[in-house]
Design a protein around this ligand. Structure first.
Ligand code: ADP
Ligand code: MG
Length: 676
């Protein structure tokens, strides 16, 4: 086992220089080499006939060298050309800046080359990116791995080193799975798996190898998560037992009746809160399904039981909004609500910290700021996290350190497969709000090409005049330069203010404004003073202004479905018919598809499914924060079944001392990323 963690510097054929090159690729030891997964494979068994090559396409050719020619370009670039022939035709292969090729490649040799086909002065050329001289010494297999390279390391070198460690060290690599388990679940040996990952015998062997290694990764990852979760678990817990009728009083004052879905999830939450163990609950509900009031009532229950509650949201505007709505709910009930963000002044911050510690403040709304060290509660009983996919595991963990293991409620509008949720969050229960508040109207959604933008503006002007509605216009940050984007938004804002909307109050909100400035603008929009709000950012999801019934999204083709759905969810909350205009000029098929799906689908769950298919799992669930994007073989979307299997197997495998050093090494770099 220890042999695997040996520095590769001491391997045969690798000295300090080579080892430095490998380190640049993230490879420190033999263990890393086993997991240095090929980025592609080179299939010599199926070369392309030269006659079939087309300019602009990638090709792989197996042919005999007829003649060679080395030259220099006017700017001093080395150019090496070889005329190559197979049974179907001739092509010139071209290499740049590799002067040593003149010695290496000679007429009569058989070569395997791959690269991109071009035409130069009417003749077909192949710009070579990979090549292999097929002589007696070359490996006698059809499929060769292609690795990511770094300066000074060639495919040949890496292949050689990997072949060497496969032959010399594979028997040191422990097989986590017993023969019985492997048989039961039809899994191959770890040795077979590594060998065939790098040098597959054939297709089926590769697939078996891939399956085994994907599972191996998921097992190690499960194991590392379990270790983390063990560290975080504590035997203490909070039991919430209301000692006043605060909850009843608040519920009476609500301007609406709870939906039966809200009532059901509240019962689930209350039961957890009253139990003598820590609540760890995920609350899932589509945009606009009314998660906020569920959070507020849960917090009321904590306060009624003599505890404090906190709610954490990803942006300042959201925090501000939670703060305002919580204040409205709690103001006449003798419940003290405060907010803490990065822009809270030092003096105010100090007095909030004191009041939290003394217990004077009952409820705190905040951004990341509330998980900083100095923030201490007297007795935090419930922590709520809004829009969970923006927060990582680590932040969640930190928040639960804040009390003596407070109950935890995590809210999200993004459906996440149960297996994945269980993996990421450990022992977690799920509540789902599967019903919208009554009276919601379908948001009339339309794609509008950019050239017809004026029609949309005219429509807005008329609606504002006739029905006193309000509108959002979101111009996202899409360009590389934030400055450029900001300028674009400002230009649009000024253009509308001077032109089409000259008779209306128009507001502009963007990330560069100070918190109080943003707050002031949002207040004026909420109060109905500002009729049209131009905004640069899409971060501020969750904003609740029921009178706003028109949403315009600029550059809509650049958004994912879930984001568009979030944005659309800002309207359709009041009594009026709402509209969502998706402006853009989609140039890709995906872009068109997304806009069409949006026109036809209101259901967040279905949209999420579609989004998942279009975008892949990694980005979709924000799993980057969990380090799962570091998986090299497994794919969360394709391998959900394996993830499930890994959850079963990890129980059977139990714990082994050596696995600790194993995950310590494998996920070390990943963890560093997670912690950033
Ligand atoms: P989300 O689940 O997206 O966070 P919100 O909590 O912001 O949704 O609720 C959306 C809107 O629906 C808010 O204006 C809220 O006041 C309103 N709402 C919530 N529950 C109900 C209900 N039972 N009946 C009517 N309106 C409700
Ligand atoms: Mg919300």
């Amino acid at each position: 086992m220890e042999a695997l963690f040996q520095d590769i510097q001491y391997l045969k054929g690798i000295g300090p220089k080579r080892s430095r090159q490998f380190k640049r690729l993230g490879v420190d030891n033999i263990f890393d080499l086993f997991w240095y997964v090929p980025r592609a494979y080179f299939n010599r068994g199926h070369p392309d006939p030269i006659k079939s090559l087309k300019p602009g396409e990638a090709a792989a050719v197996r042919a005999t060298v007829k003649g060679t020619h080395a030259s220099r370009s006017r700017r001093g670039l080395h150019i090496f050309k070889a005329l190559m022939e197979d049974d179907t035709g001739l092509i010139t292969a071209v290499w740049f800046n590799q002067p040593f090729l003149d010695q290496l490649i000679n007429p009569g040799q058989e070569l395997f080359v791959s690269g991109k086909v071009k035409t130069a002065q009417g003749l077909m050329e192949l710009n070579v990116s990979e090549y292999e001289i097929l002589d007696a010494g070359s490996q006698q297999v059809d499929v060769l791995p292609v690795y990511a390279l770094t300066e000074g390391l060639s495919q040949k070198t890496i292949r050689g080193v990997i072949l060497y460690i496969l032959n010399q060290y594979l028997h040191h690599y422990p097989d986590i799975l017993s023969p019985e388990l492997k048989q039961k679940y039809d899994l191959c040996d770890i040795g077979f798996a590594f060998y065939n990952l790098h040098f597959p015998q054939d297709g089926p062997a590769y697939l078996r190898a891939r399956k085994r290694l994907a599972l191996e990764e998921l097992l190690l990852f499960q194991y590392s998560l379990i270790q983390e979760q063990k560290k975080q678990q504590s035997d203490s817990y909070v039991v919430h037992q209301p000692q006043s009728n605060l909850l009843e009083r608040i519920q009476e004052q609500l301007p609406f009746v709870l939906t039966s879905a809200q009532t059901r999830v509240l019962a689930e939450i209350y039961e957890d809160m009253g139990a003598s163990r820590q609540m760890n609950r995920l609350l899932q509900g589509d945009v606009g399904s009314g998660k906020t009031v569920v959070a507020a009532l849960s917090m009321a229950r904590a306060v009624a039981s003599g505890y404090q509650a906190a709610i954490m949201a990803p942006t300042e505007i959201l925090v501000e909004q939670h703060y305002q709505s919580l204040r409205k709910i709690f103001q006449d009930q003798g419940v003290e609500v405060a907010r803490l963000t990065r822009s809270t002044s030092a003096g105010e911050r100090r007095s909030i910290l004191e009041a939290l510690l003394s217990g004077e403040i009952n409820i705190l709304a905040g951004t990341h700021s509330i998980i900083q060290d100095e923030v201490e509660f007297k007795c935090l009983g419930l922590a709520v996290i809004d829009e969970q996919h923006r927060f990582g595991v680590k932040q969640r963990a930190l928040l639960s350190y804040k009390g003596y293991a407070p109950d935890l409620l995590v809210m999200t509008a993004t459906p996440i497969p149960r297996t994945l949720a269980l993996t990421l969050y450990g022992d977690l229960s799920l509540s789902i709000i599967d019903q919208m508040p009554p009276g919601r109207k379908k948001v009339d959604t339309r794609f509008v090409p950019n050239r017809n933008a004026d029609r949309v503006y005219r429509f807005i002007a008329r609606k504002v005049r006739e029905e006193a509605v309000q509108a959002y216009i979101v111009c996202p940050l899409v360009e590389e330069s934030e400055k450029q984007d900001l300028l674009a938004a400002i230009t649009l804002y000024e253009g509308l203010k001077e032109g089409m909307f000259s008779h209306l109050e128009v507001g502009l909100i963007h990330g560069r404004l100070k918190a109080w400035e943003k707050e002031q603008i949002m207040q004026r929009f909420k109060a109905g003073e500002i009729k049209v709000l131009v905004s640069t950012t899409v971060i501020e999801v969750g904003v609740d202004v029921p009178a706003a019934s028109i949403m315009v999204v600029m550059h809509a083709e650049r958004f994912g479905l879930s984001q568009l759905h979030q944005l659309r969810g800002r309207v359709g909350r009041g009594k009026k018919q709402s509209y969502c205009f998706l402006l853009g000029d989609p140039h890709t098929e995906d872009g068109c598809k997304r806009l069409m799906i949006m026109e036809n689908t209101q259901d967040g769950f279905r949209l999420a499914q579609e989004d998942l298919l279009l975008r892949g799992a990694g980005e979709f669930w924000g799993v980057k924060q969990h380090g799962l994007n570091q998986l090299k073989v497994a794919d969360l979307l394709k391998d959900l079944k394996l993830l499930e299997l890994s959850r079963i197997l990890i129980q059977e495998i139990g714990q082994a001392e050596w696995m600790n050093s194993y995950i310590g090494k494998k996920f070390k770099k990943d963890k560093d990323i997670v912690n950033n």
